[in-house]
Design a protein around this ligand. Structure first.
Ligand SMILES: *Cc1c(COP(=O)(O)O)cnc(C)c1O
Length: 363
């Protein structure tokens, strides 16, 4: 069977060369005589894999030396709790920007843990159709950190620039935009991302944390959530998500081989432009988010008629364009065009959209 174009928001497409390499090495990795899945995480072979993964990631993102790279478990959602548990003790309070479901969950988690967490801006009343402008005067100067979700996977919005929080450390959930373009890591105190959107299969969460953020963990901290302990143990306090880290390594290798994140950004801009240019020059589909807040990774659009939206997703699927149904809170369609989505996939989608609009006039 032929591979389809999978527009799923996550888990999502992986680069074909990565899947091929994994298939090639499935039964015997190097001279080990076993699969990476079967390998001790303490073996020299695996030690090289995890060290290479970190080295390649550092190169791709140009991560400064005073940052630790952690490969953890529990998904980005576990970090919603880990962030306050690791950082609140700095000053006892933290500020949150709520621009969608995931940032809302992160905020709620801090509140649930009993902390002084404050929502300093939200676009909830506009159904999260844009990113609010953040200025230092909005932030409590004694906040331990400001938390943002950099790319809102469900709504299809992204910060057009790094928010300015003055001297207050910035923490960002980058699950759905990590590695899509270069980012100045030094502007963030902590970056975290679940792997299954743009990096690897599910099972691994990346945390990039500045060293001066490692000294504020709660006394009664669950060990598995404490970044400092994970950093001191090279992400191997316990068994790490071995196979997912190995696939992430192959993805990093692939990104470096095509020319790194500058080249990845060029490709992603080209794909997103094709789709948005079409959307901006027709009047059948509506983009529910404001132009200046648009995501390059998750593109949302609606016909305005739920029955037509449903028909669209069904017919697209029959044409090899899968998982275009939007999230239930937005409705309509969502095309997730992560790194691994080829340009041809977006070309096919636009061609299908034109055809569908022609064949299904609105009443
Ligand atoms: C998918 C997603 C999450 C949740 O990730 P899990 O790994 O499923 O916990 C959190 N934040 C963002 C921005 C996401 O896209």
């Amino acid at each position: 069977m032929e591979r389809v174009y999978n527009f799923s928001a996550g888990p999502s497409m992986l680069p074909v060369p990565v899947l091929e390499k994994a298939a090639e090495e499935m039964l015997c990795y190097g001279t080990s005589g076993m699969s990476v899945m079967e390998m001790s995480h303490r073996s020299p072979e695996y030690d090289a894999i995890i060290k290479d993964a970190e080295a390649m990631l550092r190169k791709l993102l140009n991560i400064p030396d005073n940052y630790k790279v952690l490969f953890l478990q529990g998904g980005a959602s576990t970090q919603f709790a880990a962030v306050p548990l690791n950082l609140m003790k700095r000053t006892g309070k933290a500020d949150y920007v709520v621009t969608g479901q995931f940032s809302g969950k992160a905020f709620k988690e801090a509140v649930k843990l009993g902390y002084d967490a404050k929502c300093i801006a939200t676009t909830k009343d506009d159904n999260f159709d844009h990113i609010p402008k953040i200025t230092p005067d909005m932030v409590r100067p004694d906040a331990a950190y400001v938390h943002v979700c950099y790319n809102n996977t469900i709504y299809g919005t992204k910060y057009p620039e790094v928010p300015d929080t003055g001297d207050v450390p910035l923490v960002a959930d980058m699950s759905s935009c990590i590695l899509s373009e270069p980012v100045d890591v030094s502007k963030f105190a902590v970056i975290y991302a679940g792997a299954q959107k743009n990096m690897a299969p599910a099972g691994m969460t990346l945390v990039i944390v500045r060293e001066d953020m490692l000294d504020f963990a709660e006394e009664k901290m669950p060990t598995m959530l404490e970044w400092k302990i994970m950093a001191e143990n090279g992400s191997m306090y316990n068994t790490p998500p071995c196979y997912t880290i190995y696939i992430a390594k192959l993805v990093y290798e692939w990104l470096l081989s095509i020319g790194g994140l500058e080249e990845m950004k060029r490709r992603n801009v080209k794909k997103a432009k094709l789709l948005y240019d079409y959307l901006d020059n027709q009047d059948y589909y509506i983009v529910p988010v404001k132009k200046e807040s648009r995501s390059m990774m998750n593109v949302t659009f609606v016909t305005g008629d739920p029955d037509l939206d449903k028909k669209f997703a069904t017919e697209a699927s029959a044409n090899g364009l899968k998982n275009l149904k939007g999230h239930r809170s937005v409705g309509g369609m969502r095309a997730s065009i992560y790194n691994a989505m080829p340009y041809e996939g977006v070309e096919k989608l636009v061609a299908f959209m034109k055809e569908f609009a022609k064949n299904n006039p609105k009443k």
